[in-house]
Design a protein. Structure first.
Length: 154
């Protein structure tokens, strides 16, 4: 196995073991598709925002096939297949990501990473404390406008 053929061998990441390799997905002799497999996920885990949990046995396998669109080199696809005993059949999802070809794009991220304690309301950043309270992130920062949030009685 050459270095180009292998992305990672049993790389222990945050809460799982992931392996990957490059393959010739189009049959033209070039390695253009990345196959990634993730196992040994430490739980508890959920499938998506619905909150449906993975099976407690920890046997879930996540397979990804990542490749560029043949017609549009600015479009990347990630075909995700989850095999888990909590399901009656594999769960398959195709994610599409479009790259901005502008050489100086305006970058922003809407990713909510695990253990992220920062909250943005409007254009203002706030910090979520360990006791669940919203705190200012800057000196003399005004509190957020809460009129659109449901108020609970004390």
């Amino acid at each position: 196995m050459t270095r180009e053929d292998t992305l990672a061998q049993a790389v222990s990441w945050w809460k799982a073991i992931t392996t990957g390799k490059w393959v010739d997905g189009r049959g033209d002799g070039r390695n253009d598709t990345l196959l990634v497999e993730t196992r040994a996920l430490k739980g508890p885990r959920v499938f998506d925002s619905s909150g449906i949990p993975f099976h407690k046995d920890g046997q879930a396998v996540i397979k990804e096939r990542i490749y560029l669109d043949k017609a549009d080199r600015n479009t990347l696809y990630d075909q995700i297949t989850i095999i888990d005993h909590a399901l009656t059949r594999p769960y398959v999802k195709l994610q599409k990501v479009t790259r901005n070809p502008n050489p100086r794009p305006l970058w922003h991220s809407d990713v909510c990473s695990e253990d992220n304690t920062w909250v943005k309301i409007g254009n203002e950043p706030y910090y979520l404390s360990a006791d669940g309270l919203l705190m200012p992130a800057k000196k003399n920062q005004k509190p957020p406008d809460l009129r659109y949030f449901k108020q609970t009685a004390k």
